[in-house]
Design a protein around this ligand. Sequence first.
Ligand code: B12
Ligand code: SF4
Ligand code: SF4
Length: 235
Amino acid sequence: MDQQEQNYHKLKDLAVNLGFRLFGVADVTQLKSEFLFSPEVIQDLRYGIALGFPLQSQVLAEIKEYPTLLYFNHYRQVNNFLDQSALKLAATIQEQGYKAMPIPASQVIDWQNQRGHLSHKKIAAAAGLGWIGRNNLLVTPQYGAQVRLVTILTDLPLAIDAVTVDSCGTCRACIAVCPAKAIKETPQDFDHQACFVQLKEFQRKKYVPQYICGICVKACKGSVKESKKSVNGSK
Ligand code: B12
Ligand code: SF4
Ligand code: SF4
């Protein structure tokens, strides 16, 4: 096992001990031009560590035609877990003498274009955690789209995961349920604007105080049986 693989396994063990359920590593060199950071701050950070934590099915079960307050609290708690745990992992990397930048789970930097510092979904897809589904979300074999994500950028040399060959296949479960009709045959045709209008409407009606929904998340279940769920990756 070379040094990069050793680092990978050590970090994955730490991530699992912190409670993360999904772990993968991507080379982000080709993705950096899309990141909303000064280039000099991220120039040495070649690796994107993609981390995921699943949502509770019973919380999603309560969502019918609009997002619930229970889901809103759950969304915040999972974000807190992701941010806190990514911070701990990043601190461990820094203590080993490397750079590590935990990226907020859910922070908007550019309000006009509704963008975060970087796309967790895109890095998670590049790190082999899953694929971008028809619903425009990261879909995993274990949890479907019922997972939230966080990323750490680092220069700690790590083994890189392979991209998955899985896809939505013949499933179209999310298309029919979307109240905004935003979900189409391919993620490239996803209607971001229609989705955003719907989320603003949910907020205007005071169902939840944030732009969330959860309907297409609820529809997108993983195909792996509960008992078989485990932290991914065979490295
Ligand atoms: C701003 C934001 C929103 C905005 C706008 C979203 C937008 N413009 O895409 C609003 C409020 C509308 C929104 C809605 C939702 N959001 Co949101 N949002 C974000 C946030 C904070 C930033 C997203 C961003 O920067 N987008 C900018 C664009 C350029 O990037 P992108 O959306 O990833 O698009 C790229 C990829 O899709 C990729 N791509 C497209 N097709 C393909 C195909 C392939 C093969 C590949 C590899 C890539 C690829 O190319 C695109 C351009 O680079 C992220 C957190 C983060 N920092 O990532 C959460 C995030 C994307 N949201 C999330 C969720 C769950 C939701 C909602 C379900 C709301 C909810 N929580 O109930 C809805 C889902 C809407 C939908 N079906 O897409 C999760 C997604 C988790 C997952 N499993 O994928 C994230 C990652 C938060 C998290 N920490 O988990 N969101
Ligand atoms: S978040 Fe809601 S409105 Fe947006 S695509 Fe999913 S189901 Fe449709
Ligand atoms: S519900 Fe089915 S079609 Fe929609 S994103 Fe998930 S796997 Fe793909």
